[in-house]
Design a protein around this ligand. Structure first.
Ligand code: AGP
Length: 615
């Protein structure tokens, strides 16, 4: 939520900052701003709208601003205060000494504001951020212009979550950063220092990145990058080399990142399998080492995540459950896990899944599990992210940077790695038979080509999306391995097409939702050719009897299913547990083309941000 970019070096800063903001625009895009230097002053430019609008406004600044060799920028996802130019960042202190951008929520901003206002400081905005900005200016004065001391004092006063990036008017070659609870990554390339919320913003400059830890400060300058703790003590930090290609974060010839990323899924799956298997065996030992004999003592396994990542964990639970009937396996929404009286301890393993590795609820849940003595495993797509650094055992999914706000290829990265993790854990427990292992690995290996064949039928799916996009709403129904897909299919449609869409286990329809059915509500039913085919088709018939149009996702060759459908999309057959790997693709494409038919902003849907770093 909110994207930050900072630069101090020898080149003109504005282009570098604007490009960094554009790369992070998916983090927040209701307003944007930039601060640049001009003759001893700091000039702010802010707009309501997209970074492209900010580019235009920067073009209208006095020409000297384009020569500024340092600056900071921000794209906003509003929390406190409406979406206005005044509330957009950067914020400036009343005396003009401090200019600051922020990602997070400062929880005690009201108290700080009241205190400063009673001392005569006039606030201009409705934001929580301005309290930090005005307070820092006061502290900088009382500390006699000692920036490190003022930063220490500031960070000890603020509660809540913050990534702060700051320019002081009288320190032209410096940018200061502070991190507590919100991500911030820094880098030095020999002649310039950078900071950003997300590594993808820095990859065009360097791949050697220093992620700020909780409670750390950074001092960026053109010839150095230094770190301190909130106690003011210097810290050493070695860069992490991030092996991502910056072109992976480009759209290429695609109209939208989401479409490009849907198409990358066969590669993500292939890469994951190649990296973690040998012939028909799982080989995760190098990536994750749990204490010897631990899995035999484990009684409870918890999968914890939010949103699409949560649906990925349901896929994992179902696979695990089907292979081992003696484990107590649960899936938990992180925002609930953190407030329930959850069980944990030595006999429990908890797997926390977050593509960004920065989701506030998932991080909080992991901290709780750690405190209970639970064995924790994190799974994330971002090396160096908070969850990667905080949780003892981390598995990195291999999806590469995902830019579209709607998760697609990272879901594939997660379910493929989760399937392998489940097999690995059960092998350690000695409950995975060699035949199941070979069957599932073989099944996974055959999937990329099958997925590709579904992607190639895009035109057919696009035509169906066009036909149904005027529906007043959608129900997604299915049973067992299809249930997480009903949730993901409905979420995708809500996120990017803004259409009412609900997911139901097919058997649940008649317990209430069926009352809503009529000829304007479309039912999308997932009906692969398994032992549950007939039962799901009975539920489909119940919908048809109430005049609802039905769009079925069925197995190739199941021609008889057409008797129950207005329209069908046939997908290749798989091992039953692995159906989600193939069934998700038509749902993603259907949501994508529905949103396209309705002319929605697919990569940056309204009200959303890709990483949810606030509670
Ligand atoms: C999915 O399309 C959404 N963008 C959202 O539900 C997302 O999966 C959720 O916010 C969790 O994010 P994370 O995986 O980065 O923790």
């Amino acid at each position: 939520m909110c994207g930050i970019m900072g630069y101090v070096g020898k080149s003109p800063a504005s282009g570098i900052i604007l490009e960094g903001l554009a790369r992070q625009e998916y983090r927040g895009y209701d307003s944007a701003g930039i601060a640049l230097r001009r003759e001893g002053e700091i000039i702010n430019a802010k707009i309501v709208g997209r970074v492209s609008e900010l580019v235009r406004k920067v073009g209208e600044l006095p020409p000297e601003c384009s020569q500024s060799t340092s600056g900071i920028g921000h794209t906003r996802w509003a929390t406190h205060g409406g979406v206005t130019e005044t509330n957009a960042h950067p914020h400036e202190s009343a005396d003009g000494m401090v200019v600051l951008v922020h990602n997070g929520i400062i929880e005690n901003s009201r108290e700080i504001r009241d205190e400063l206002e009673s001392n005569g400081i006039r606030f201009r905005t409705e934001t929580d951020t301005e309290a930090a900005c005005q307070l820092l200016a006061v502290l900088y004065g009382t500390c006699g212009g000692d920036a490190l001391k003022a930063m220490r004092k500031l960070t000890s006063r603020l509660t809540g979550a913050f990534a702060l990036v700051i320019m002081f008017r009288d320190r032209p070659d410096e940018i200061w950063c502070a991190r507590k609870g919100s991500p911030l990554v820094t880098a030095f390339d020999g002649s310039a220092s950078y900071c950003a919320s997300d590594p993808t913003a820095l990859l065009g400059h360097t791949h050697d990145l220093c992620f700020l830890e909780e409670g750390e400060l950074a001092l960026l300058s053109s010839d150095d990058l230094k770190f301190y703790g909130f106690d003011g003590q210097p810290r050493d930090k070695s860069p992490i080399h991030l092996n991502w290609d910056s072109v992976m974060a480009d759209k290429g010839h695609y109209e939208h990142f989401m479409r490009k990323e849907i198409g990358e899924q066969p590669d993500v799956l292939r890469l994951t399998i190649d990296a973690h298997t040998i012939v028909t065996n799982v080989a995760l030992e190098k990536s994750i080492t749990l204490p010897k004999g631990l899995m035999k003592k484990i009684r409870r396994v918890q999968f914890v995540a939010c949103g699409t990542s949560y649906y990925a964990t349901i896929v994992a639970r179902d696979i695990m459950e089907s292979l081992d009937g003696n484990l107590d396996i649960s899936v938990e929404v992180a925002s609930e896990y953190r407030y329930r009286n959850i069980r944990g301890g030595e006999d429990t393993i908890a797997v926390f899944v977050s593509q960004s590795g920065e989701t506030a609820d998932t991080l909080a849940a992991a901290r709780i599990a750690k405190a209970l003595g639970t064995h924790c495993i994190a799974m994330t797509n971002v090396r160096g992210s908070t969850i990667d650094r905080e949780v003892e055992h981390t598995l990195l999914s291999l999806a590469g940077p995902e830019v579209g706000v709607a998760a697609t290829k990272t879901f594939m990265g997660q379910i493929s790695l989760l399937a392998l993790l489940v097999m690995h854990l059960l092998k350690e427990r000695e409950t995975l038979s060699a035949s199941d292992e070979a069957r599932l690995i073989g099944g996974l290996r055959s999937l990329p080509a099958l997925q590709q064949s579904v992607i190639e039928r895009e035109d057919e799916i696009a035509a169906l999306a066009k036909k149904y996009c005027k529906s007043k709403g959608f129900f997604f129904i299915g049973r067992r391995e299809c249930v997480p897909l009903t949730m993901e299919g409905a979420l995708k449609l809500k996120e990017i097409a803004y259409l009412p869409s609900e997911a139901y286990a097919a058997g649940e329809m008649k317990h209430g939702p069926i009352a809503m059915l009529d000829e304007k509500l479309t039912v999308v039913a997932l009906v692969p050719d398994t032992d549950l085919r007939e039962k799901t088709l009975s539920n489909v018939e119940e919908c048809r009897a109430r005049n609802a149009p039905t769009l079925l996702i069925v197995s190739e060759g199941d021609h008889d299913a057409s008797a129950h459908a207005n329209d069908m999309i046939a997908v290749p057959r798989t091992e039953p547990e692995l159906f989600p790997f193939i069934g998700v693709i038509p749902l993603q494409l259907f949501a994508y083309h529905t949103a396209r038919s309705l002319d929605r902003d697919i990569d940056m849907p309204r009200n959303l941000a890709k990483s949810v770093t606030v509670e």
